[in-house]
Design a protein. Structure first.
Length: 353
């Protein structure tokens, strides 16, 4: 993804990023970051070296969807703690507080602090764990060699860094990039990078990313839907240390009496032959108005018939549609699932083709 960003940053801007980082080493919460261009800040975020940090994150959503409490997920989803599609919906319809610990690409811990309960997702080398304290259930998997940056659950996507990457991946020539006012997040001086889609067919109005002035680490992300205030999706550090967490933070042992489920993770395989020969993959290339199409045989079992999806999806021509201010999901009668930051009419037209 870093290379994708750098492909469309003017070559002359890349060396200047070094100067931006050096000048910013003296920046504090009381002093604004040094002057920089949007391209320089974009490159700073693309090449950020903050691989180790810990802190607390606040997340909230205003997508026009009814709030889904964690207890409403039911026993079928509790067994997977944070990893189910229903849990993803819950994270997109409710506010959360989480403690986050990271140390390189193979160590990550996210502790979601629910009321009188806690949900954890831990990656420690090849071991990946999820834990739900309320249900007292644990899931464990041994990841294959070469597994990259962990993405163990819906909660990890709400870490500002990882959330920012999702939107920066959709940038490029289809995006106007500018700078807002300098800011301070969790005691760290930051630039405000503003991404405004050029595409008329997207639901996204703009994305504002607070970029730490010294390291380039995204500290806060605010996603605005067209015609809506406040932000439809917000995630930001409220506390942040750029020191490496203690290694013991990533050591997880199932609590006494917990039900432990072992999951098998298949090793990576070569791309399917039809993709190698140029057939379109399940999802189109990233873009603000792109549409992801998941074939019926790749849709998670039980997703379309889950109580939560039935509650949120409304009948539509050729299927059912789940709409929000920021994204739309279309469940076709033939079993396919289409999704994108586009209106329902766009998905219905894509499904009919």
């Amino acid at each position: 993804m870093q290379r994708r960003w750098l492909r469309w940053i003017p070559a002359a801007a890349v060396p200047a990023v070094i100067a931006v980082g050096v000048l910013a080493t003296g920046a504090t919460a009381e002093s604004p970051p040094p002057p920089a261009t949007p391209e320089q800040v974009l490159a700073l975020a693309a090449g950020h070296q903050a691989r180790a940090f810990s802190g607390q994150v606040e997340q909230r959503a205003d997508l026009g969807l009814p709030a889904i409490p964690a207890q409403a997920l039911g026993p079928a989803t509790k067994s997977s703690a944070l990893g189910s599609e229903a849990a993803a919906l819950e994270f997109l319809t409710s506010g959360h507080t989480a403690k986050v610990y990271a140390d390189g690409p193979q160590r990550l811990r996210v502790q979601v602090l629910d009321q009188l309960a806690e949900r954890d997702a831990v990656r420690n080398g090849p071991d990946a764990w999820t834990y739900d304290s309320k249900a007292n259930t644990v899931t464990h998997a041994v990841l294959p060699a070469g597994a990259g940056q962990p993405s163990p659950d819906a909660a990890s996507a709400l870490i500002p860094d990882q959330l920012a990457q999702r939107f920066l991946a959709a940038a490029g020539p289809s995006t106007d990039v500018s700078l807002g006012d300098a800011t301070s997040v969790a005691g760290h001086s930051a630039y405000t990078l503003v991404l405004t889609p050029k595409a008329a067919g997207t639901l996204v109005g703009s994305v504002r990313i607070a970029v730490e002035a010294t390291t380039g680490l995204p500290l806060a992300v605010d996603v605005y839907a067209k015609g809506q205030e406040p932000a439809a999706l917000h995630a930001a550090f409220t506390q942040l240390s750029l020191a490496a967490p203690d290694a013991a933070v990533f050591a997880f042992t199932p609590p006494p009496g917990a039900t432990v489920t072992e999951k098998q993770v298949p090793a990576r395989t070569a791309p399917a032959k039809d993709h190698a020969q140029g057939a379109p993959p399940a999802a189109q290339a990233p873009g603000w108005d792109s549409v992801a199409v998941i074939p019926a045989d790749r849709v998670p079992a039980g997703f379309a018939d889950s109580p939560l999806v039935k509650q949120l999806a409304a009948p539509a021509a050729g299927g059912r549609v789940l709409t929000s201010s920021l994204f739309t999901v279309f469940l076709a009668d033939d079993g396919r699932v289409l999704a994108g930051a586009v209106p329902a009419s766009t998905l219905e037209a894509a499904a009919a083709r």
